[in-house]
Unconditional design. Structure first.
Length: 596
């Protein structure tokens, strides 16, 4: 080993010391953690491993290859940028949770066995829930609880799959799994929950907008991207992922267009972008896997930038709904500029980062569609093209338009704090740098590639798509056809289990609770009667025999009742008549002789 430190522990243990520091020392220390972590990571080249024994298991706590290194690089970069972004906040709980969460993500991607992977996977839930609850509003508490329940369920499914997989194969290796048996589907489904697959996604759009301003930036970077990594590691080339990814890329567009909360718009947009990654993993070729990983790398940057810009708006105005914003380019010009860079990147404008990664996925799908038996991928390519145009509508245009332009809401505020501007400027610079010089990104991808994004065909096709998308937005808006921003709650698939859960609870409460009460009454009555009987059973039995066989023969009437009362009292006090003791002794002796 060239280093003795697990990347996860640098963050998780380092974050625990933050509450003991104050002022500038705390700020410097927080920025040093990801810097030290990155230096540590550079000392862990591909092929390095770290092992530990746990009972009969030999766990691989650290396994380095090009896939995990690429995710490790971007996780450190976004952690550093986000730390700078949140320096002006004071909540130690948020700081510790953020570093713990980032460390858990690093532990997940560098895990060399399924058990270690699971432990860090569940640690992600702990850190992310704390980031949601740190906002300390009722909505955040409720959203965090729902988030926790969903991910606890997903973790149990994943654990069951891992246990079954080990039982069937005797191996916990983080190697490719083929769908076919129960364990493979359970692991697949458990990962899918964190990946926000269609119908399983509402935890993301429910919880992310309720997190703290900095917490949302952390959240946008790690949970779904670790799931993308897990799919690339365990299920590359799984055809089912193509169709799941297509659904992810398409359906969020319709929700994002009508959503009023701009952070929730970005949450739907996040699902849309992850859809492209999932399709690439499903296609499974080297170009497709490279495209999926490159797009994950870029998405962490440009989606983080967009969440930071909206966080800055929220920090200064206290508002985040499109209906409450507008005209902020006058007060927050730098934030507006950085938001536009993020919007151009997510929309895949040439010379911006999204272009050099999204085009890889699109090219991989197009190339695979020519393979015999894969003609259906032409339809997939068309849906992705539609999704690419849609994301330009709701993230590329809607976010900056309604926040900074549109109608003037009258907000006259200060520009974002300097640390926020520096963080946004760093992310914006990387978006432009990677878009202009993509080879720096391509050199760290899982597979060596000579892919060239800036061909005439790619540039013209994407430019035409963006131009006509912008024209469509303008025509719809001027024609009054574009959906108006409204103060309303949109119903998503979580409506099913929210309403269904309440209905099930009410049904069970109205049917089982009365039955439970009646059963309890019967059982308690029997228990009380049994207890009353056995506390003086021997006295009652002896008294019954005495009265019926010899006492009643000599005593009658009132004297009999008095004798019975006196005898009953003596029996309860442990005083037995001489005849009873003699009878017991004789019986015991007789039993001994009989047995011998």
């Amino acid at each position: 080993m060239t280093s003795n430190y697990l990347p996860a522990l640098v963050f998780m243990l380092g974050g625990l010391l933050i509450p003991f520091l104050r002022g500038k020392a705390k700020s410097i220390y927080m920025m040093l953690i990801p810097v030290v972590g990155f230096i540590n990571l550079l000392g862990l080249p591909a092929g390095e491993s770290m092992f530990a024994s746990f009972g009969d298991f030999n766990l691989v706590l650290l396994s380095i290859d090009r896939l995990s290194l690429m995710f490790g690089y971007i996780f450190h970069i976004i952690a550093f940028i986000t730390v700078i972004y949140i320096l002006n906040f004071k909540d130690n709980v948020e700081f510790v949770a953020g570093f713990f969460y980032a460390g858990a993500a690093l532990g997940t991607i560098f895990a060399g066995d399924l058990f270690t992977f699971f432990v860090f996977w569940e640690s992600l839930t702990v850190g992310s829930v704390m980031l949601i609850w740190s906002r300390k509003t009722r909505a955040a508490q409720e959203a965090g609880l729902r988030y926790l329940l969903v991910h606890a369920f997903g973790g149990l499914v994943l654990l069951a799959g891992i246990v079954f997989h080990y039982t069937e194969t005797g191996s916990l290796a983080m190697s490719q799994i083929t769908l076919g048996n129960l364990s493979s589907y359970l692991i697949f489904f458990g990962i899918g929950i964190n990946c926000a697959w269609p119908l399983l996604h509402p935890w993301l759009t429910d919880a992310y907008p309720e997190a703290t301003i900095g917490g949302t930036v952390f959240l946008s970077a790690f949970t779904t991207k670790t799931a993308v990594y897990a799919l690339a590691r365990l299920y590359p080339g799984t055809e089912l992922l193509i169709w799941i990814g297509v659904g992810m890329a398409a359906f969020p567009i319709f929700y994002a267009v009508i959503e009023n909360d701009l952070r929730r718009v970005l949450a739907y947009s996040l699902i849309n972008q992850v859809g492209f990654m999932v399709v690439g993993i499903g296609v499974g070729t080297e170009l497709a896997i490279n495209g999926a990983c490159a797009h994950a790398f870029n998405d962490i940057l440009f989606k983080g930038l967009l969440f930071m810009s909206m966080g800055a708006v929220m920090y200064r105005t206290g508002k985040i709904n499109a209906t409450d914003l507008g005209g902020l380019y006058k007060s927050m010009p730098w934030t507006c500029l950085f938001c536009i860079v993020g919007a151009a990147s997510i929309s895949a404008f040439p010379l911006f980062s999204g272009f050099v990664s999204k085009s890889m996925v699109m090219s991989a799908v197009a190339e695979s569609s020519h393979i015999p038996g894969q003609g259906i991928l032409t339809a997939v390519w068309l849906v992705l093209l539609f999704a690419a145009a849609g994301v330009f509508h709701h993230a590329g245009i809607k976010i900056p338009f309604f926040a900074f332009f549109g109608h003037d809401a009258g907000h006259r505020v200060k520009e974002a704090p300097l640390n926020m501007l520096i963080a946004m400027g760093m992310a914006a610079f990387l978006c432009i740098f990677i878009g202009t010089f993509p080879k720096f990104l391509y050199n760290v991808l899982p597979y060596a590639t000579d892919y060239e994004p800036y061909t005439i065909s790619h540039v013209l096709t994407q430019t035409e798509l963006l131009f006509f998308s912008a024209l469509a937005f303008a025509l719809l808006l001027l024609g009054g056809i574009y959906p108006a921003e409204q103060r309303a709650l949109n119903i998503d698939s979580d409506w099913i289990y929210r309403k269904g859960g309440k209905a099930a609870y009410a049904f069970l409460a109205n049917t089982l609770n009365p039955l439970n009460t009646r059963s309890e009454s019967v059982v308690m009555s029997v228990a009380r009667g049994t207890a009353d009987f056995f506390k003086d059973a021997y006295a009652r039995i002896y008294l019954f025999i005495s009265v019926n066989f010899w006492l009643a023969q000599d005593i009658k009437g009132k004297r009999l009742e008095l004798k019975k009362q006196r005898l009953y009292k003596q029996l309860l006090e442990g005083v037995f008549p001489i005849g009873v003791g003699a009878a017991i002794a004789v019986s015991f002796i007789g039993l001994v002789f009989a047995l011998t």
